[in-house]
Design a protein around this ligand. Sequence first.
Ligand SMILES: [Zn+2]
Ligand SMILES: [Zn+2]
Length: 858
Amino acid sequence: MAEENELRYDPAAIEPKWQQRWAADPTLYAAEPVSCGKPKYYVLEMLPYPSGQLHMGHVRNYSIGDALARHMWMRGYNVLHPMGWDAFGLPAENAALKNNTPPREWTLSNIAGMKRQFERLGMGFDWATEVTTCLPEYYRWNQWFFLRMYERGLAYRKKSKVNWCPECATVLANEQVVDGCCWRHEATKVDQRDLVQWFFRITAYAQELLDGLDQLDGWPEKVRTMQRNWIGRSEGTNVDFFLEEINEGTGIREQGSDAGPSTPLRSAQDDNRVRIRVFTTRVDTIFGATSVQLAPQHALVATFTAADPALKTQVDELLEQQKRAREAGDLGAIEKHGIQTGRFAVNPYNGRRVPIWVANYILADYGTGAIMSVPAHDERDFEFATKYNLPIVQVIKPAQQGADEKLPFCSEEGLLINSGEYDGLSCAEAEKRLQEIAVARGFGEAKVTFRLKDWGVSRQRYWGTPIPMIHCEKDGLVQVPDSQLPVLLPDQIEITQQGGSPLSRVPEFVNVTCPKCGGPAKRETDTMDTFVDSSWYFYRYPDAKNANAPFDSKIAKYWFPIDQYIGGVEHAILHLIYSRFWTKVMRDLGLIENDEPARRLFTQGMVLKDGSKMSKSKGNIVSPDEMVGRYGADAARTYSLFAAPPDRDLDWQEDGVAGVSRFLARVWRLATKYAPVAREGRGRPVEAPSGISLKLLRKLHQTTAKITQDFEGRWHFNTCVAAIMELVNEIQAADAQLAAGEVPAPEMLELLRTLVLLLAPFAPHLAAELWEELGEESSILRAPWPTSDPELAKEDELEVPVQINGKLVEVVRVAADADAKTIEAAALAGEKIQARTAGKNVVKVIVVPGKLVNLVVK
Ligand SMILES: [Zn+2]
Ligand SMILES: [Zn+2]
């Protein structure tokens, strides 16, 4: 009985033992100083929000990063593997309201709990560099950066329409509006309100943010595509159409012509006329414009409706449709409606008059809020013109003879027709010429527009970084001097989540002496978007205790860019664009030299349960504590890497965790059983292995090569774990020979030692335990990663499946370097193959060297 117990793998005993030892050695996971002379490796996982509980998505994310960090340590790098807390944000306020616990207390106690979970999982983080964004030692630097941006015109205030969640009583970013509802309150419709807000001028970097994506070849293509679309650059032309005047006395229209192309209007006589500026990416098609369409909010529409109550009613209806579509989050799919205003615009190139429409699908905040409609060459315009029976004038024909000319013809591979003197030009030539003419005659210019908007950072919340600005009646906006940073969040505050910013209800916070005139003044009461905190936290890690600056530039120069960043693809646009922007701002401030924060990015898949996302409402949450309690941290971590390739979604199966746990138990039994033999091999070289030793060492070196390659490239950790399982199976299958002493001690030592090293990034506790069992005294984390001997790894024989008419019949063995002829001969000589082909006609033999042989038999 006692012996039975001794032979049981017991993670509940092994794991805490090692966690205690690791915790007692602060240098173990610590990054070494810049002067250490080793190559550096910065592996970073996205920092969690301290909700109070790690979830399985975290376990997966951090198991990937931790495996990589451990591998790089063993490869001899100076590794930085830090962890911190994205600790500001609304849930702390919600919890405060619900439990009557101050946000700070709630947050810090959650952090303590999650830190214990991390330790119980055995994650190798350098806690000396921990960053907690809600602490003044961190957020003072948010304020410092804000002031630097303000000084450079990169932080500014403007009145703007904002998304307002009545439930949160705060402003939401566009991206926080999901299907017209709040991202936190799935059933709460978002309102539109006008507020004066603080913005960061991210658009100043739009072009650079776009261009930089081309260099980021270590980022997933899907992330780069999402960012390109988000930035949304389009090249085009701003063109002024002219509003046709109404002769008040007679109602007779003057100017303009309904007839075909005539002379373009001259700028001199156009100077006093009302202009309608449109943005188009296809000025080459402008002779095909058959209407001008305005957004319902366009300034000109108000002047039309002022004189026409019936028109106003119709425009109001369009506004209402647009608002509903915006709230429903499907503005792109709005059913297109428009109304004719009865007014006309004049095309500046040919003097032709076209009707002015107001349409619900034209957006006031894109381009100029006005478009020219060219139904012959634009899908959307074609659809609209067909619906309202507007004329369709073809002005481009395909460049290629006989090509499909069906309208709308939207390709730019074409030649101009029906365009007066420009007929025969290619689209590209015409674009250039027409732009030049617009500039020369003063009715337009080349224009690049971006979909990217400036980043609204104001939040009417308590639990965020106070914006370090002061409003003085005499001096206007005044910066808080650097010497008065941080502007501290008041500790005691009543959270109601109603009526705007909670800080505005704290007189001791609001009332302040103006730093400029010494008179009474008021503090800004908005706090910053929490995406500010996460935009630069990783620069703080290597110099987390710096009290004089956000970080030391020399230290940042050594560690940046990050070598590998790992996180969820849901952060592809917001966090990852904001942190790229922040990096460029810091570079322009002279703080860093790198242009981009991270050289490589990896986005892991989600963890699902029974095919769907784990959530409280579905009641399908699997808790990490439960898994660790039942199977151990090593089994939970290894399973999360084994169950699917890391970039794919993983469906959590408890059976699978149990299976991995049984596998680890087998490794433990195997290593424990043969460790005494292996220890005798210490200091003795392996010499010309043969027989079963050679077979096992070959498998060992093949496995080493595979796993090493995977860490360098594909990261298919699932197949790495599978390869270790195969190796263990093969060793176990030879148990009788091992027990009989057929494998000499030095070979046994190499076998077990390397097996344990290969396992170390995935199951660090078990590896540490067995490492000690093998007589090793120093930490396995500092042991060199094993190398594979290609000679030893080389197979001398290969198994080749042989098929008859596509069906597997037999597997034959051939020399690993056999040529096609030899393989064919071996296949035809196979016992079963001979039996099946006897008396038949082998029509064809297809040999795929190293893979298979197929015989076509009749
Ligand atoms: Zn909300
Ligand atoms: Zn003042």
